[in-house]
Design a protein around this ligand. Structure first.
Ligand SMILES: C[S@@+](CC[C@H](N)C(=O)[O-])C[C@H]1O[C@@H](n2cnc3c(N)ncnc32)[C@H](O)[C@@H]1O
Length: 289
């Protein structure tokens, strides 16, 4: 631990922020690498007397901040951590940084399955860091979950994240294309969830560089119209869901009408578009008969 005066620290912080970037990212860095929590930062902004303990030197923290500013590398990748719901997840550039809007998927499930003691059998397709599946496995301790991804590297991160939170074995990870690793679970799922890659190619090409150059293309690009993977997932879902089983999908801001039509085509009922906190139709859900 390094000990510096709060006055010196605040002067240094102001200098770093004057170079660019946003305060949330800087405070994230201080929390994850410097060992200074957000609540501690609030306290010292009120009372700047005394000393502060840091886990890393100011030079080291400054070099990470400069990397973030110069290369546009997301601060979560530089710190190797992302906060999502109440989880602290390991992330590398092999997984998408889980987005705040995706947190609502868990609330949609909690709203449908109100009894936490339910013995749900759920699948998540394209688990990435494991965020959604881990949150569900923890929320429903008697559930059984299976989570897939095409990227073995992503599954290794998801597995580490799960082990970090649970000693249980109620969540298993499988590598492969969407439903294909789940052949033995046909007709058995109460619920399937996916936040698949859904960005149309022309939008993908114009993404900000912190996304396009750092986050995995396989996690973002949804083919020419963005719906390539959503189509495949919906088309095969009836084979895997139980009667009345739910399918919950995240989609791009302007895709919900098309996703709805696909669900109708494949004989889903109770179809609904759920808005995110910005009022965007971000999730499309339905039941298989
Ligand atoms: C948008 S990310 C979602 C990650 C995570 N579920 C989340 O919400 O943060 C999509 C994920 O789908 C995976 N993926 C892409 N193509 C796939 C495929 N054909 N089969 C299975 N998973 C795939 C990617 O590797 C990535 O982890």
């Amino acid at each position: 631990m390094l000990c510096i005066s709060i006055e010196e620290f605040l002067f240094w912080k102001k200098k770093q922020l004057s170079k660019g970037g946003d305060i949330q990212s800087f405070d994230f860095l201080l929390d994850c690498m410097g060992g200074v929590s957000t609540s501690e930062l609030k306290l010292i902004s009120i009372n700047s007397k005394g000393n502060l303990h840091l886990k890393k030197s100011l030079e080291f923290l400054e070099s990470v901040w400069d990397d973030h500013l110069i290369k546009s590398c997301p601060i979560q990748y530089l710190c190797g951590i992302s906060f999502w719901r109440n989880l602290k997840l390991k992330v590398t550039n092999k997984v998408l940084i889980p987005r705040p809007e995706t947190e609502l998927i868990v609330d949609i499930v909690l709203n449908i399955f109100r009894n936490k003691l339910d013995k749900l059998f759920f699948a998540e397709l394209g688990t990435g860091s494991g965020a959604i599946s881990i949150a569900l496995a923890l929320a429903y301790p008697f559930s059984k979950g299976v989570a897939t991804d095409i990227e073995q590297d992503a599954l290794e991160i998801a597995t580490k994240n799960f082990i970090n939170y649970s000693k249980q074995s109620n969540l298993k990870f499988y590598c492969g294309n969407w439903w294909s690793p789940l052949e033995s679970f046909k007709g058995k799922l109460d619920l399937a969830i996916s936040n698949p890659p859904y960005i149309p190619r022309d939008t993908y090409e114009k993404l900000p560089k912190e996304v396009k150059y750092f986050e995995p293309k396989v996690a973002l690009l949804g083919g020419e119209d963005g719906l390539k993977h959503i189509r495949e997932i919906i088309q095969k879902a009836p084979l895997f869901l139980k009667e009345n089983g739910w399918l919950i999908l995240e989609n791009h801001f302007d895709q919900s009408e098309k996703v709805k039509q696909l669900l109708v085509k494949y004989k889903f009922t109770s179809i609904e578009v759920v808005k995110d906190l910005s009022g965007i139709g971000r999730f499309t859900i339905g039941r298989y008969k």
